[in-house]
Ligand binder design. Structure first.
Ligand code: FA5
Length: 353
């Protein structure tokens, strides 16, 4: 009986090795372990064995049964893995396609460095609980100026050279302009939500300025606002430092100096050490060693009121980040005019190409 069992197992081992698919393995399993299987029948015949024989053959038979079951499972897993690999092999993507298209003069599009940095910053703020808002490029003077505590006779209107539309007979009686800053989205954001809230609003800004190494007529800003109870300048500094650390992947040297913007009180200019010249002085930092990237401050009570928020109950901070200058610092670009020159040799150096 013992020899018969061992022979049966040897036969099973040689057969299982030849199995090619799962159906074959399952049939073989049935041939040995099924109701009328060879091993089951042999075990049934144990009934006639003597007590002494049962003591030896019983454990041996159980051991062989376990081994058969184990080998069946192993073989099934092996076949499944092989089938998956074959499927993957068939659906393989030929990544050399991209290069072969390049050889034929075909290029796929990519993201502009300003878009790349904008998306990075959006992700950073989203992870800190901020919403992302949008606003119109063509604004009325209420949202761009008046609601921001800049009435028409305020000298601060001269701070931003404005492209006005000659449409002084508009239905709402307001003059229109190309927004000079993304701060025009502040009141739109405030009136559409209830405090506490926090949001950012990235987009284009337009100013009728002479261009130079750090000034363009069309550039990009990212507005930010946080409104709630007992918000302080330390909250503002924390968010600004976190932002710069995440973008530059290192601690960046910053300085805070008083800055005047009618819509914040107190207002600050947050400058970062010029990464183009390392602070020695160059055309980008106008030989000062510092680049102005982040004007900010505590929201003026009049602006909160324009946003239908009670300044006695709530306060908050706001900032307006210059995205193009940030891109220049991050990638060491010495002239802002490269960014929107439309020169493919320039933009194709960035990720996505
Ligand atoms: C403003 O536009 C304010 N709205 C920012 C603000 C928001 C202050 C909220 C306080 C609270 P400023 O004019 O300084 O501020 O512009 C903000 C940033 O935009 C600048 O630091 C700079 O990085 C960028 N910027 C301004 N003008 C230009 C330009 N002509 N070309 C390129 N970037 C510019």
């Amino acid at each position: 009986m013992k020899e018969k069992l061992e022979e049966l197992y040897k036969k099973f081992e040689s057969q299982v090795a030849l199995m090619k698919n799962q159906a074959e393995v399952l049939n073989l399993k049935a041939e040995y372990l099924g109701k009328k299987g060879a091993l089951t029948e042999t075990l049934k015949s144990l009934k006639q064995a003597t007590v002494e024989e049962k003591k030896v053959i019983g454990p041996l038979a159980n051991d062989i049964k376990d081994k058969v079951q184990k080998q069946v499972s192993q073989k099934l897993a092996e076949i499944e893995k092989k089938e998956i690999n074959q499927k993957l092999e068939k659906s393989k993507i030929d990544i050399s396609f991209r290069d072969s298209m390049k050889d034929k003069g075909h290029f796929h599009g990519g993201l502009h460095p300003v878009t790349i940095i904008q998306q990075e910053i959006e992700d950073i703020f989203i992870s800190m609980g901020f919403d992302v808002l949008d606003g119109p490029h063509i604004e009325d003077e209420f949202h761009n100026f008046e609601a921001l505590n800049i009435p028409s006779d305020h000298p601060a209107r001269d701070m931003q050279d404005t492209f006005w539309f000659h449409d002084d007979k508009t239905p709402d009686g307001k003059r229109h302009l190309l927004r000079t800053h993304t701060s025009s989205i502040q009141v739109r954001g405030m009136t559409s939500r209830k405090p506490p809230f926090r949001f950012i609003a990235p987009g284009k800004a337009f100013r009728c300025e002479r261009t130079d190494a750090s000034h363009e007529m069309v550039f990009h800003q990212l507005e930010g606002m946080m409104v709630g109870k007992d918000i302080s300048v330390s909250n503002l500094i924390y968010f600004m430092k976190t932002l710069l650390r995440e973008i530059f992947k290192k601690e960046v040297e910053v300085r805070l100096r008083p800055g005047f913007f009618p819509f914040v009180e107190p207002g600050f200019e947050l400058d970062m050490k010029c990464l183009i010249c390392g602070g020695k002085g160059c055309s980008v930092c106008k030989q000062t060693g510092w680049v102005e990237v982040l004007p900010c401050g505590m929201i003026h009570p009049n602006v909160l009121k324009a946003g239908k928020i009670d300044p006695d109950e709530y306060n908050g901070f706001a900032f307006g980040l210059g995205l193009d200058r940030l891109v220049m610092m991050k990638y060491g670009i010495e002239d802002i005019r490269h960014l929107h020159s439309g020169d493919l040799r320039f933009v194709s150096q960035f990720r996505g190409f």
